[in-house]
Design a protein around this ligand. Structure first.
Ligand SMILES: O=C(O)[C@H](O)CO
Length: 327
């Protein structure tokens, strides 16, 4: 690339909370001329024709039609992570823009996160930590009770790559596994983890001690878990969500937790993110919330960045875009 101008790539911020990680900047600067949204807005006339790609980290910068209209030479949007519910793929395609994501690399960490939430909730890890460290909290470990994981039934809703990896982990914890998915998995895949298919989600909800959501957010899965579904669950059951907040009707969830329709919830995703500081879910002892960090490990985030760079470079060179997402 020596002597050649690096491609101008739009990012949200650099080293900010949602922008490019500080320790990724060195690598990215060797590949691209990074332009932050702020720089772009301050110098739109010059930069709008220069920018040929968007590096979309954690759904930012937000892409709408106005932005697309203002970037006539935009060719590629590389989006981090697997979910693409934040992108209007048809709109992007109508502007001739190719889109890529990083699906495979996030699956192990996200499945680990699902198990981490399951274990933390069942053994009341956060409450226990507070009791152990807070001088104001009454110390009563002798009365402490959690829920056993071994032998319990885990219902996985969405048996894609992540759901299946959760099943592999749950098998090692000696859990019984049910799953609901559009398509039944192959017999050998089912038996490798001892998973039993529930064609009807209702059957899974009625039998599971832990219900874990690992579906993509689509019009079909939007608020898939509402009042009716929560009422089908056992009063002793826990809901775990590692997919998207909008897969659950959050108001119905609050009500179900308040009325002890279900026992607990452990959520890596909510809507909005973050929740307003006075949201009822933030005040419940039987709820664990993490800030959408399913794939947030150092190694995975680095590989995500490398894959995004690779997709942008290929797209700008007119080559097939690795991990292209078609509308
Ligand atoms: O979809 C993903 O990979 C994560 O949830 C981040 O968007």
């Amino acid at each position: 690339m020596e002597g050649q101008e690096l491609p101008y790539v739009l990012v949200d911020t650099i080293g900010g909370r949602i922008g490019v990680y500080e320790d990724h900047v060195g690598f990215l600067n060797k590949c691209f001329h990074l332009i932050t949204m702020k720089e772009y807005l301050e110098n739109k006339t010059f930069l709008s024709k220069k920018i040929t790609a968007i590096y979309m980290w954690y759904h930012k910068p937000h892409i709408n039609e106005e932005l697309l209209q203002s970037l006539p030479n935009l060719k590629v949007v590389a989006s981090s992570g697997v979910g693409i519910d934040h992108l209007d793929l048809k709109l992007l395609s109508s502007y001739g823009v190719k889109v890529s994501n990083t699906p495979s690399v996030v699956s192990i960490d996200t499945a680990d996160m699902g198990m981490a939430l399951l274990l933390a909730s069942s053994r009341r890890l956060v409450e226990g930590h507070e009791m152990a460290v807070s001088p104001e909290t009454e110390y009563f470990p002798a009365d402490w009770l959690g829920v056993e994981v071994s032998g319990a039934t885990l219902g996985i809703v969405g048996m894609g790559v992540i759901g299946y990896k959760v099943a592999e982990r749950a098998k090692a914890f000696e859990m019984k596994i049910l799953y609901h998915n559009r398509n039944q998995r192959k017999k050998e895949e089912e038996s490798a983890v001892g998973a039993v298919y529930c064609k009807k989600i209702d059957n899974l909800l009625q039998q599971s001690d832990f219900v874990l959501l690992a579906v993509n957010l689509t019009p079909q899965t939007h608020k898939l878990i509402g009042k009716r579904e929560l009422e089908l669950m056992k009063p002793t059951a826990t809901l775990i969500n590692i997919s998207r907040g909008l897969v659950v009707d959050q108001d119905a969830l609050v009500e179900a937790l308040q009325n002890k329709v279900i026992k607990a919830a452990a959520l890596d995703v909510t809507y909005p993110e973050p929740l307003p500081r006075d949201h009822p879910l933030l005040k419940m002892k039987n709820v664990i919330i993490t800030p959408h960090i399913g794939s947030a490990t150092k190694k995975t985030r680095w590989v995500m960045m490398e894959e995004m760079v690779e997709s942008i470079q290929a797209g700008l060179a007119g080559l097939p875009v690795p991990r292209e997402v078609l509308p």
